[in-house]
Design a protein around this ligand. Structure first.
Ligand code: 9UX
Length: 70
């Protein structure tokens, strides 16, 4: 099991959370995306290491910013 942690900038509501969870879930390899509004974080669960640039791009396409934490 692989865990990728992102910091997400720009979320202000639960709709933002839902949108980001949706697009991150669609990133190749990602099985589950858990986004936390208060912590400004996203945790991606995958079976293999993912290409984090895909995750960052997906978030930016929706108008938010993402930074890889770990
Ligand atoms: Mo509604 Mo969250 O426009 O940015 S989706 S506040």
């Amino acid at each position: 099991m692989n865990r990728t942690v992102l910091k997400i900038e720009g979320m202000t509501c639960d709709h933002c959370v839902h949108t980001i969870e949706k697009v991150l879930s669609a990133v190749p390899g990602v099985e589950k995306a858990e986004v936390n509004l208060k912590q400004k974080s996203a945790i991606l669960i995958s079976d293999r290491p993912i290409d984090t640039s895909n995750a960052i791009f997906a978030v930016e396409q929706e108008g938010y910013k993402a930074i890889v934490i770990s």
